[in-house]
Design a protein around this ligand. Structure first.
Ligand code: NAD
Length: 504
């Protein structure tokens, strides 16, 4: 289909409090459930980016001096508007991403929790005070906004991941330019309109749509002080290198391969239920998805694989708009082809395909980007289905003899985003949590995504940078510490010159 001939709906940008129409390049947006192009989105060029930078730069001085309580009031109204428009936002997510509506509600809810946390900005921005740092001297640190901050986000959480970034960055007094994924940008555009309706001054939050060319413009612009990125590891690493080289503060979150360890003493029924949701929810397109189940002992493996097989074969797969479905389609035809290729590699390399979802047909949706859930057994650490992030509904079972062997696998893996262990033994759980080289750890919790008042991030090649997203780390990431030292002598007295280094 030549979409340019038939599609009239071209999404533009949101800059300086107004919609800015597409003026140049654009690309297609698909409904993954039908495989059809439904709209297009603009890909910003240098002129559009200049407009966004100008808007953000102009808005910054007044916004940074706006009292935090006043910023919080706007955020609170924004949160309320998000709740009022939740159905509309979730329908947009499902129509462009494909995930089941309930799953879209879940991600929006987690995003709203970050906006709620940002409403406490007056408390979060309180400085640190040291009275009598020296004779008649007081010292304090305060946390000042950076200026223009940019966020570049992936397709898989079109509402939640942008909200990991912009509510707190803006609450801290920065102005923000968001470059959402070109696959599903509508939720971001709607959120920008709602934030403006909540009373946010023009230019504080801007959405610039685009692709890698747009990202390059952000990275090369000296007026952008910091970049938050979430996406795949090769891009995260390259963005981290490029942006830090131009002096920007950067946090770049990348891909994952999350292992769940099932111990012989685990409640197997609960573990399998948790694994099903964590592996196949959102069609496996989550950075915290469990993609490897490490079963300790042959008996454990037999119990887990037998139960998983039944459950995987029984999954209900279809369009995300039908809430009775457990799993929707993948995001694109390319993603579908990539996952088929991984399954073939797994078979060639000797893994056992216990459930083969490749022949799934969803009636009435034959051109949608659907694949059935797949389960590989007898996977080992040399296979590409184990080493690589597949980002689809493929769970790999690895059989090991003991906990140490399980932890060696996890600790040696290139990624370190999330992991979990299923056990009834406190000592095992504590040993695992303490020694596993991963950023977010669950004990009998398959998706240990930190709540809004904690911070989210992985280790190793899952995060480039020092500070995690949202929570307390984000307040530090989006502000710069300034430390004042002031002397107010109690009485008029003339100080003599001192040549030794000042001490208290
Ligand atoms: P992606 O890396 O393809 O794209 C992410 C963003 O980068 C998009 O906005 C895209 O337009 C832009 N981009 C793409 N190619 C680029 C290039 N060459 N140069 C500069 N920018 C470029 O990722 P995706 O496919 O949208 O999302 C899936 C990936 O994101 C998975 O690897 C997943 O694990 C990861 N992810 C990680 C986390 C986390 O918290 N660690 C969370 C969500 C998603």
């Amino acid at each position: 289909m030549n979409s340019a001939d038939t599609i009239t709906d071209v999404l533009g940008h949101f800059i300086g409090g107004s919609e800015v129409p597409c003026s140049g390049r654009s690309c297609d947006i698909f409904d993954p459930a039908t495989g059809k192009v439904t709209k297009q989105v603009a890909l910003a060029d240098v002129d559009v980016m200049e407009q966004a930078i100008f808007a953000a730069q102009t808005a910054f001085p007044a916004w940074r001096h706006t009292p935090p309580q006043k910023r919080a009031k706007i955020l609170f109204r924004f949160k309320q508007l998000l709740e009022e428009h939740a159905d509309e936002i979730c329908q947009l997510i499902t129509s462009e991403h494909g995930k089941v509506l309930d799953d879209a509600r879940g991600e929006l809810g987690r995003g709203i929790e970050v906006a709620e946390y940002a409403c406490g900005i007056s408390e979060l921005l309180k400085g640190e005070h040291s009275k009598n740092a020296g004779p008649d001297i007081d010292s304090w640190s305060e946390f000042q906004a950076l200026g223009i901050v940019a966020g570049i986000t992936p397709f898989n959480f079109p509402a939640m991941v942008p909200m990991w970034m912009f509510p707190l960055a803006i609450a801290c007094g920065n102005t923000f330019i968001l470059k959402p994924s070109e696959r599903d940008p509508s939720a971001s555009l709607l959120m920008a309109r709602l934030f403006s309706e909540a009373g946010l001054p023009d230019g504080v939050f801007n959405v610039v749509n685009g692709d890698r060319t747009t990202v390059e413009l952000i990275l090369n612009d000296e007026r952008v002080e910091a970049v938050s990125f979430v996406g795949s590891t090769p891009i995260a690493e390259s963005i981290y290198r490029q942006a830090t080289a131009t002096g920007k503060r950067v946090q770049a979150l990348g891909g994952a391969k999350n292992h769940a360890v099932v111990m012989p003493d685990a409640d197997i029924e609960n573990a399998v239920n948790a694994l099903m949701g964590a592996a196949y929810g959102s069609c496996g397109e989550r950075c915290m998805a469990i993609s490897v189940a490490v079963c300790v002992g042959e008996e454990t493996a037999e119990h887990v694989v037998t139960r998983l097989k039944n459950r995987v074969e029984g999954l209900k797969i279809g369009p995300g708009s039908d809430t009775s479905n457990d799993m929707g389609p993948l995001i694109t035809a390319e993603a579908l082809a990539r996952i088929h290729s991984y399954i073939e590699q797994g078979l060639e390399q000797g893994a056992e395909l216990a459930v083969d979802g490749r022949n799934l047909v969803v009636e009435g949706h034959e051109d949608g980007f659907f694949i059935g859930a797949c389960l590989f057994d007898e996977v080992n650490e040399s296979m590409s289905v184990y080493t690589d992030e597949i980002f689809g509904p493929v769970l790999c079972v690895v059989r090991v003899k003991d906990l140490d062997e399980a932890m060696l696998l996890i600790n040696d893996h290139q990624y370190g985003n999330g992991t979990c262990i299923f056990t009834r033994d406190g000592e095992t759980a504590r040993y695992f949590s303490d020694n596993v080289k991963v950023g977010m750890v669950g004990v009998n919790v398959a998706l240990p995504v930190p709540i809004a008042s904690q911070s989210f991030g992985g280790w190793k090649r899952s995060l480039f940078g020092d500070l995690y997203v949202y929570g307390p780390d984000a307040v530090r990431f989006y502000t710069r510490r300034k430390t004042m030292t002031q002397r107010w002598p109690a009485t008029d007295k003339t100080e003599r010159a001192r040549y030794s280094f000042p001490s208290s």
